[in-house]
Design a binder for this molecule. Sequence first.
Ligand code: ADE
Length: 224
Amino acid sequence: MRIDIITVLPELMKSPFEASILKRAQEKGLVEVHFHNLRDYSTNKYKQVDDYQFGGGAGMVLMIEPIDKCISKLKAERDYDEVIYMTPDGETLNQKIANQLSLIGNIIILCGHYKGVDQRVRDTMITREISIGDYVLSGGELGAAVLCDSVIRLLPGVLNDETSALTDTFQDNLLAPPVYTRPRDYKGHTVPEILLSGDFPKIEQWREDRAMERTEQLRPDLLK
Ligand code: ADE
């Protein structure tokens, strides 16, 4: 998989990709992540990429021309399966969307800023619009980093057995069961006896029951 991220703030975005699982995935050659500074595609000597909105009103709008130049250059080099725009009015990211995106090849992610992008970008270049939740961020960069993390960790070979995605919360629409590690007794708070029993079918049943119980209590909407 290859991910190309178009942003006015590449520096804001880089650090999550330079540590832990996202770093290892790139080192193993399972994903390539490239950042493109939209200002490099400005047609103007001040490297301007935004302008006032027609009709008046507060807030600047990212212009179509630099975005078109950047996306066209990328598309001339290879095929892309999705061109995603990060925006609070997109479809809300969930595990199902992350699973879907982890199965495709190349993705462009465009990060919005200020009031967003010229509507003609959305009408003609974008294939999918994604939000990371019902709140407004200063730009799409942090949302893009969240999206990439949720997708990259699902790529085959990224996680090892210890960090397997199969038992994650939200896979199967269930919250994950509680987990414990040493010590067995911490200031009188003990680990459930069953987990120390060595009876693996019973432990599995206990985990399923706890997952169902937690989901019913905390997120009954997932069971509908
Ligand atoms: N840009 C601004 N707010 C956003 C959000 N909630 N999700 C994705 N991109 C955004």
